[in-house]
Design a protein around this ligand. Structure first.
Ligand code: BEZ
Length: 211
């Protein structure tokens, strides 16, 4: 059965380009971003891994550890990394899991046989410090993911978890946020000293609390 939001992200042991890991131990108290790649030496993946390496500082700021998975060998990953670095002008600064046996791909339902029997789709799992799955995304092999969107969603998830606010359609950093429905307007006025604007009893805006 596929994994759902709120499920515990399954643990696994794996070899990676930065050594062997136990996934939950490796995550520690951090947030995690686990994302799959159809195969090594493929064009879209090469750009995605470079982009993630370029954004490492942004992930760090948010306490997120990125980790990629590809169903090829460690040897193949290590031969591919110089290409990723050369093409994107970066140093690879996060691990790629060697998943030749497809253990992680199977555990996380990353192979969709009607799309491809062998290669994974582009899955994304954002995992919270409680090891629960907070977000899943599935892209086809031919579409590179938008990593700025992934950062935007992580910002929204962290605002909800830290301040009990939600984010409206197309929200971006600095825009007003929405008071979650479980908080009454009377309580919201106390909790959000920057102000609460009630458009409807169920739609209350407040300025981004951490700005
Ligand atoms: C890839 O780069 O992984 C890819 C590109 C087009 C179609 C399928 C895969």
């Amino acid at each position: 059965m596929s994994l759902r939001l709120g499920d515990i992200a399954p643990n696994f042991q794996a070899d990676t380009t930065q050594g062997s890991i136990d996934f939950h131990e490796w995550l520690g108290d951090s947030w995690g971003l686990l994302f799959s790649h159809p195969a090594d030496f493929t064009p879209v993946c090469t750009t995605e891994l470079g982009k993630t390496a370029l954004l490492k500082g942004e992930f760090e700021k948010r306490g997120v550890k990125p980790i990629a998975v590809s169903v090829d060998s460690l040897d193949s990953h290590n031969k591919w990394i110089p290409d990723i670095e050369e093409i994107n002008g970066v140093t690879m600064n996060f691990p790629i899991i060697a998943d030749e046996e497809r253990n992680v791909a199977t555990l996380y339902d990353m192979i969709h046989p009607n799309a491809s029997e062998k290669a994974t789709v582009r899955s994304v799992f954002v995992i919270g410090p409680d090891k629960k799955i907070k977000l899943t995304l599935t892209y086809p092999a031919s579409t590179g993911r938008n990593f700025l969107e992934i950062l935007r969603v992580i910002d929204s998830l962290q605002l909800t978890s830290n301040y009990s606010v939600a984010t409206p359609a197309d929200w971006k950093e600095g825009d007003d946020t929405i008071v979650v429905p479980s908080i009454s307007t009377a309580d919201a006025i106390v909790k959000f000293p920057k102000g609460v604007k009630e458009v409807k009893p169920y739609l209350r805006y407040t300025p981004q609390p951490n700005k």
